[in-house]
Write a protein that binds this ligand. Structure first.
Ligand code: PLP
Length: 452
């Protein structure tokens, strides 16, 4: 499908300027070839050559209501005309309204909102609040997690991207969270995995010294590391452990929050309320950078008469807050959260399981809502990943070939290590979701060629 207003000439100029001056995240600058994007709408975007892609990655898993939603675009324009910016130390209508709408949707008594520009800053501040609230230094975080790219957040991150920058002196202690398919505990049932994971966490706490631990941080459902829904009882067990030791429980919902799992927040699936909850991404579909920490009454009370030593010039930026108010309004009016649950139950879940039944490269399907992972393997019996951890170049060729086959057939996939995630917008249509499954079906035949 051709897009008239885009011409390949200007695409080449955009690409050339990018290569000359833009320094990209997580990349060897000389080895990348970023696609020049001409436009986007709903669940699709297109390049200057007129190639259209169905976005099964939602950007970086954040365009929860798709691209260019007219209501949100209009709200940003209206806010820009009225009051484009104002410093954080003032009461601004749109900031108060965004905070109210978020607080109303977060679980329990998480009623105060500290705004940041994104997820990593939310994590940084949640950890700082926990340390000051408890007067304790250490934070426990899980292997197979992602919490952001800034200093504390990357140290909390339990994935190999941390290796290059981890100083090892951050006050972070890592532990294993449950993941039955690749169980760190040699468990064979969910119940066994849950019990052993909780025992392991207790033992870790005992040997670190409970009185030295400020917080335990977990993604409610770890996203980037593989969409690993915890077994029933695990998060409630962590909540109980935290309560017993006076440890602050932080749930990171930067990725899982705002509809992605078919609930406003993933914590609702487990009936658990953290002391601090971090969010970003879906809060305003990423139209303007925004993140934050939702804070319990008890932790907010710590800073009632004592200043909170942290802040950001753009905390609660009016354009970002206007986008959040509009996005939350759209999600409520258009029943986007319910739709995400419906797409997961009726199309993505059954469709991905069907692919797994037919493709030997699919080891496991995991997920809920519009939050799904296919764990690709060389061998279903041994569960050996299709490519090794942190593979690049030749070692990563099977995943690169899979991704190329998706793109050639008009699907933009999310690919991380040996996994592909089906993480489209929460308001993807049924027809689009089916179209995406059909392309994955084609591309998995390429992955199948690399199985044993
Ligand atoms: N926490 C989680 C769970 C995430 O998935 C991410 C980003 O993917 C972050 C934190 C970091 O957010 P940001 O990239 O907005 O700093």
């Amino acid at each position: 499908e051709r897009v008239d207003r885009a011409d390949p000439q200007s695409g080449a100029a955009v690409k050339a300027a990018d290569r000359a001056h833009v320094f990209h995240s997580w990349s060897a600058q000389g080895l990348i070839d970023p696609l020049a994007v001409a436009g986007a709408e709903g669940s699709s975007f297109w390049d200057y050559d007129g190639n259209r892609y169905l976005d099964f990655s939602s950007g970086l898993v954040y365009t929860n209501i798709g691209y260019q939603h007219p209501t949100v675009v209009a709200a940003i324009q209206e806010q820009a005309g009225r009051l484009a910016t104002f410093a954080p130390a003032f009461a601004i209508d749109v900031r108060s309204e965004a905070a109210r709408l978020i607080a109303e949707r977060t679980p329990g008594d998480l009623d105060k909102i500290f705004f940041t520009n994104g997820g990593a800053e939310a994590v940084e501040n949640a950890v700082r609040m926990a340390r000051l609230h408890t007067g304790r230094p250490k934070v426990l975080s899980a292997y197979r997690s992602y919490h952001g790219g800034t200093s504390t957040a990357i140290n909390l991150t339990g994935d190999p991207r941390r290796w290059a920058s981890d100083s090892g002196t951050s006050g972070v202690v890592r532990f294993w969270a449950p993941f039955l398919y690749r169980s760190p505990f040699y468990a064979s049932t969910e119940a066994e995995e849950c019990a052993r994971a909780l025992e392991h966490l207790e033992a870790t706490i005992a040997f670190e010294g409970p009185a030295t631990i400020a917080a335990i941080i977990l993604e409610t459902i770890p996203g980037t590391a593989g969409i690993m829904t915890p077994p029933p009882g695990y998060l409630a067990g962590v909540r109980e452990i935290c309560d017993r030791h006076g440890i602050v429980f932080v749930l990171d919902e930067v990725m899982a929050g705002f509809g992605r799992t078919g609930k406003w927040f993933a914590a609702e699936h487990f009936d658990v309320v953290p002391d601090l909850l971090t969010f970003a991404k879906g809060v305003n579909s990423g139209y303007v950078p925004l993140g934050g920490v939702a804070i319990s009454g008890a932790i907010a009370e710590t800073f009632a008469s004592r200043p909170y030593p942290g802040g950001l010039t753009y905390s609660g930026h009016p354009l970002a807050c206007a986008a959040a108010v509009a996005t939350i309004g759209v999600m409520a009016d258009e029943k986007v959260v319910e739709h995400a649950a419906h797409i997961g139950e009726t199309i993505l879940g059954p469709g991905l399981r069907d692919l797994a039944a037919r493709h030997p490269s699919v080891g496991e399907v995991r997920g809920t809502g519009v939050f799904w992972a296919l764990d690709l393997v060389k061998d279903r019996e041994t569960r050996e990943p299709l490519v090794p951890y942190n593979a690049s170049g030749e070692a990563n060729a099977p995943m690169a070939a899979f991704a190329a086959a998706c793109k050639k057939n008009g699907l933009w996939p999310f690919v991380n290590m040996n996994r592909t995630h089906a993480v489209p917008a929460c308001n993807i249509t049924e027809a689009e979701a089916k179209e995406g499954l059909a392309v994955l079906d084609l591309a998995l035949t390429v992955a199948d060629e690399h199985t044993a």
